[in-house]
Ligand binder design. Structure first.
Ligand code: SD4
Length: 320
């Protein structure tokens, strides 16, 4: 049998996007640190997270740093600053974070704040609550030193005005491969954390909240077992409480990829009509540093960084 290092060398040679199989931990030992992020832009997020993980830092700090990088990048029009607005032309953000102790914080329908993930962390650390929404979340952020900003950039406003011409609402599968960032990590001390942040579906109804700020749906972490995060049409993820399901399946002994596959199968079973037309992807990481993903439609990628590899991986999909 090939050693893990040899295996990784083979897997990373040549192609920029690797085949979907999980390549961690074939020799049964724990591999750490590990960080996993959704989509192509996850590569940059992982790079930020890695600065913290490789210095022996905490997974919680790493996932927040990774998510913040994407939130601040205006070229990512589905997360944070630069995100596509709702149908009224307002950028509204959803985000959550969860640590190794089961603490969690979340903000939903938050406007004008560039880093909702950090507000979510503050909700977790400074309040007796888990979730703040809308005006209250904004007030909390402003009271805690966050700056009120205009998040609608010219390109996103232009796209919205174009959309208004027909105003036909239909979530697009794999919008330019840019979607929610979900990031999960295992640090050098063997602790897991995760974060998820998004501007939600482009041109959504005003007030719509997706899966991303909902603990158990868009993100779940159990430090005894593993972590999972989701991307895609949040309504389908919420219906099956997707990430909690993935973590519970790992608890039952399923590999990360298998757990993600079974959760995707659940969506297909519950919404056979819709599943054909929408994208949902899960990524998962277990306590041993094994990782995997699964999605509905081809085209979902995720970024992985470990001591041995830094690569973009094509997720396996239900439909071909
Ligand atoms: C949502 N899950 O708001 C998010 C958006 C997303 O691919 O991930 N789109 O439903």
């Amino acid at each position: 049998m090939k050693s893990r290092r040899e295996f990784l060398k083979m897997a990373t040679a040549g192609a920029a996007v690797a085949p979907f199989r999980s390549i961690a931990n074939v020799d049964g030992t724990t591999m750490k640190p590990v960080v996993l992020s959704t989509w192509n832009f996850g590569m940059n997020a992982n790079r930020e997270a890695w600065k913290i993980l490789s210095a022996g830092g905490r997974a919680l700090d790493a996932v927040e740093a990774g998510a913040r990088f994407t939130e601040a990048d205006p070229s990512v029009q589905t997360v944070g600053y630069g995100g596509f607005p709702d149908r009224d032309g307002r950028v509204t953000l959803d985000s959550c974070i969860m640590d190794e102790h089961g603490n969690c914080g979340s903000v939903a329908f938050l406007e004008h704040i560039k880093h909702p993930v950090s507000v979510a962390r503050m909700v977790m650390e400074k309040t007796p609550h888990v979730m703040l929404a809308g005006e209250g979340a904004l007030q909390f952020a402003l009271a805690n030193g966050f700056k009120k900003e205009n998040l609608l950039i010219e390109a996103s406003e232009k796209a919205w005005k174009e959309w208004l011409k027909t105003a036909q609402y239909k979530p697009v599968v794999n919008i330019e491969n840019h979607d929610t960032i979900g990031i999960i990590a295992l640090d050098g001390n063997g602790n897991l954390s995760g974060a998820c942040t998004t501007s939600g579906l482009a041109f959504k109804m005003r007030g719509r909240i997706g899966d991303s700020p909902i603990i158990g749906a868009g993100l779940y972490v159990d430090n005894d077992v593993g972590a999972a995060t989701a991307t895609g049409v949040g309504e389908e993820v919420i219906r099956i409480v997707g990430c909690h399901l993935v973590v519970e399946l790992m608890r039952q002994g399923h590999s990360p990829e298998d757990a993600c596959r079974l959760a995707v199968n659940r969506i297909v079973a519950k919404s056979p009509g819709k599943a054909r037309d929408v994208q949902v992807g899960f990524i998962a990481l277990n306590k041993q540093g094994n990782y995997g993903a699964y999605c509905l439609q081809p085209g979902f990628t995720y970024a992985v960084r470990t001591p041995d590899t830094e690569q973009l991986v094509n997720s396996a999909s239900h439909f071909s």
